[in-house]
Design a protein around this ligand. Sequence first.
Ligand SMILES: NC(=O)c1ccc[n+]([C@@H]2O[C@H](COP(=O)([O-])OP(=O)(O)OC[C@H]3O[C@@H](n4cnc5c(N)ncnc54)[C@H](O)[C@@H]3O)[C@@H](O)[C@H]2O)c1
Length: 457
Amino acid sequence: MALRRVGRPRANVSSSEKALMAKILDGRMVVGVVGLGYVGLPLALEFAKSGIRTIGVDVSAEKISSLNAGKNYIQDLDDAEIRRVVKTTKMLSASRDFSVLAECDVIYVCVPTPFTANKDPDISHIVHATQEIARSLRKGQLVILKSTTFPGTTEKYVKPILDATKLVCGRDYFLAFSPERIDPGNATWTTHNTPVVVGGVTSACTDLAIAVNRRIINEVVPVSSPSVAEMEKLLENIFRSVNIALVNELAQLCDRIGVNIWEVVDAAKTKPFGFMPFYPGPGIGGHCILIDPYYLSWAAREVDFVTNFITLAAEVNESMPFYVRSMIEREIARQPVTMKSAKVLLLGMAFKKDVDDLRHSPALKVAELLHEGGIENISYFDPYIPSVDVHGKTLTSKKTLTPAFIKRHDVVVITTDHSSFDVEMIVANATVVIDTRNATKNVRGPKKNVVLLGDGK
Ligand SMILES: NC(=O)c1ccc[n+]([C@@H]2O[C@H](COP(=O)([O-])OP(=O)(O)OC[C@H]3O[C@@H](n4cnc5c(N)ncnc54)[C@H](O)[C@@H]3O)[C@@H](O)[C@H]2O)c1
């Protein structure tokens, strides 16, 4: 294939850039993916499926041996596809040894970006991965950071580590930030058809990152710098956090004034412009919406700026599990049981519907709060989460949800609205159902035993 530039023609194109662009365009490039979790493995699979040799690196021995045995461990991915690219086409292999990255022309970094106990950013995984990449960095390699992080991470933390090799960024090696938009559980918007943003340190870096992404993604949107791309990702997640907080606050207000927030949102969303529906719930979770806003508020503090929206949204969203606990306690108080003897059943433990991800799950937080409040008999059912730890006590999910099991509880709470739940059966058999997700919306007949969060009753 002829060498086709992606950006505007530039006068100084280094030999490393030319060589790498040629490999990207004709598919001879080898792709490395560091961090093979919810983000990294789907990405590695896409490249491998498109016939590009891909090498994954992870610190988890379990993940590496599973992958090299052709076994999938990410819910959304097709087991047969993983098996095929590992065992049949041999386009995907995995290792714990970072030295394999020397072979790669393009290296994506998809490691976690958690926060500390004080909710400050913890970019140690990014730093560690970069240090490992630097050990074998060579001319003609492109590094693309995908982990969500605060503006400035790529240029102030990643680049200096790579520059220490004495290779020159934009001439010898290349560096860009390109945030991940994957939405686990979403079958409509996948890696292919979700546009991706890229911001390179130099225009050569951006051009190369665009070309690589175009091998597997339909639309690539360039921005002027890594910091714009980093900030763009945070805006996406803060936008969700703030809007969810708004509707969570209004749900609490609606409970006081006797108006159903769900009906209000459904009515508002008939406006064809200027409104986008968000729904209340027991709180937010996962590795993104809860954590990422804190990355920006931390970065803002460094420049004496207070991000009030972020703080307020976090305060409201993180208060929701406490609100749900108070709903549960109220329903217990209405029955001839004590807090100590009351039996509470939580339906759904994952942080959102139809996923097996427990990270920062509001349902788990509710379980912890109930435990702290002296409620000792807590059970749960979640087909995706076999067991959880609640303050040192292991709870195991019931294998199947039967009418008899539901009847045995004083309060049943729908904490996560998995599609597989037989909501009619739940409502028909429970003494009382606290529905935090409007999962009972389509249940026919009387729903006198349903207490819906935000319905004003
Ligand atoms: N999960 C999502 O839906 C999602 C969406 C968009 C962005 N993100 C962002 O993508 C990044 C990765 O998230 P994830 O959900 O894939 O996390 P994950 O925990 O599922 O996967 C991360 C992987 O990195 C490995 N790892 C940790 N430290 C490492 C190191 N130093 N070197 C090599 N491997 C290492 C872990 O073993 C794990 O397999 C985070 O910054 C997250 O905010 C996640």
